[in-house]
Design a protein around this ligand. Structure first.
Ligand SMILES: [Zn+2]
Length: 179
């Protein structure tokens, strides 16, 4: 898995650590985890770049686009440390966006892409009852239904400030029962 950052401010070590923690918790089977790493690349952009992405219709905002083997993620590009984002609001919001795209990619990865009907109107403008791939519909429905879980707390080392920062009470979309 290559992870590339086109952002200016977010802590690379923190976001790499968060991504690998999410992957470890999502794929308890070592084999699935290794196969995911082999087949998927992640690219991080600031949300101000979103208007250049055709999927965003010229709008600026946080979100992501998951295709075959690639996840592009647009985040609020703000540092997390003892001065910036002290209460981790930005980080928490960015993690939800990452877990949303990670859930899409994980379901594509395990080939759960059969057609199903969406249960709720979603935030991409799809109406309840629309037929979509399971990998899309189930994640959007769970997001609307608020089906989240807490990640185990973790620490990261911030090379720029040479400090260790702990994060806890971080929520992600829960698709554990599907993996
Ligand atoms: Zn989505």
């Amino acid at each position: 898995m290559s992870v590339q950052f086109f952002t200016r401010n977010i802590n690379h070590s923190l976001y790499r650590r968060a991504l690998s923690r999410m992957l470890h918790e999502m794929f308890p089977a070592r084999m699935d985890y290794v196969f995911y790493l082999r087949h998927w690349d992640w690219k991080f952009y600031p949300s101000t770049d979103a208007p250049n992405d055709p999927h965003f219709d010229g709008q600026e905002g946080v979100g992501g686009v998951t295709g075959m083997g690639i996840v592009k993620i647009y985040l609020e590009d703000k540092r997390t440390n003892m001065i910036h984002d002290i209460f981790r609001r930005v980080f928490r919001q960015n993690i939800i966006v990452m877990s949303h795209e990670l859930a899409h990619s994980a379901l594509i990865h395990i080939k759960k892409t059969h057609k199903v009907k969406l249960r709720h109107d979603d935030w991409s403008g799809h109406k309840a009852g629309t037929t979509l791939n399971f990998s899309v519909a189930e994640v959007h429905d769970r997001h609307v239904e608020g089906r989240f879980k807490f990640l185990r707390p973790f620490r990261f080392f911030d090379i720029r400030t040479m400090t260790v920062i702990s994060v806890s009470r971080i929520q992600v979309i829960d698709i554990d029962d599907l993996i």
